[in-house]
Design a protein around this ligand. Structure first.
Ligand code: DHB
Ligand code: MG
Length: 219
């Protein structure tokens, strides 16, 4: 089989069918997101399941998400923290937050999810720390701000996941003028250099093209 975007997407669907399966609440969340005209840039099903597993493997009970969009990844995270757990999720756009609120409530995990509407840079300083896992999936230009807050609001052992570190391979372009590429590279450099983190990153191909995520622990 040729390694083409179509083949990556087919294989991703196969993996999702085999390991994730149908999920009415998550599929409804995606329908609501699309009907509201939000961009279809939520994590792939296999990646949502990975977030869910990382929460469970690490035993995280307090989760922070930066970038709610339509609540798709939020539902994956909220399911994983269990009934006594809490997810705080930050969304800059009130319209997105309203879509997410409805989908999260419909998925039966609304009581665990606190949506804070506002820019990350404004909301993060208002939060009380103690987060066990932080998922950063917002404007890439602010990645270093979000990583700094993840360390400050976390503790030794906090898991940090940073989405979209592959960017179709554009991350190698040290002369890029694309603010998203620059922000991604800045985030990766920080994860490599800042002594508060120990990190790695994995490239992915699949339904979302060629991209990837970084995973770090706060040391
Ligand atoms: C973009 C943002 C995302 O979080 C994502 O998963 C894919 C693309 C973007 O802004 O281009
Ligand atoms: Mg993303």
């Amino acid at each position: 089989m040729d390694s083409t975007p179509a083949a990556w997407s087919q294989a991703d669907s196969y993996l999702a069918d085999t390991l994730v399966g149908p999920d009415a609440d998550l599929e409804s969340a995606l329908v609501a997101q699309r009907e509201a005209g939000l961009p279809e840039i939520e994590v792939a099903p296999v990646a949502g399941k990975l977030l869910n597993l990382l929460v469970r493997i690490s035993g995280a009970r307090r989760v922070l998400e930066i970038g709610t969009l339509g609540g798709y990844s939020t539902i994956w995270l909220a399911r994983a923290v269990g009934p006594e757990g809490r997810v705080v999720t930050i969304e800059a756009e009130a319209e997105n937050a309203a879509v997410a609120r409805a989908s999260i409530d419909a998925a039966g995990v609304g009581d665990r999810v606190d949506i804070r509407i506002g820019r990350g840079a404004d909301v993060l300083p208002t939060l009380v720390g103690g987060f066990d896992l932080v998922f950063i999936d917002a404007d890439k230009e602010s990645n270093t701000v979000y990583l700094d807050w993840a360390a400050r609001l976390g503790h030794a052992g906090t898991v940090v996941v940073l989405d979209n570190i592959g960017r179709e391979g554009e991350i190698v372009r040290d002369d890029s003028s694309d603010p998203k590429v620059i922000g991604t590279r800045d985030g990766l450099r920080m994860l490599g250099e800042d002594p508060r983190f120990d990190a790695t990153a994995l490239q992915t191909v699949g339904a979302k093209g060629w991209d990837g995520f970084a995973i770090a622990v706060v040391v």
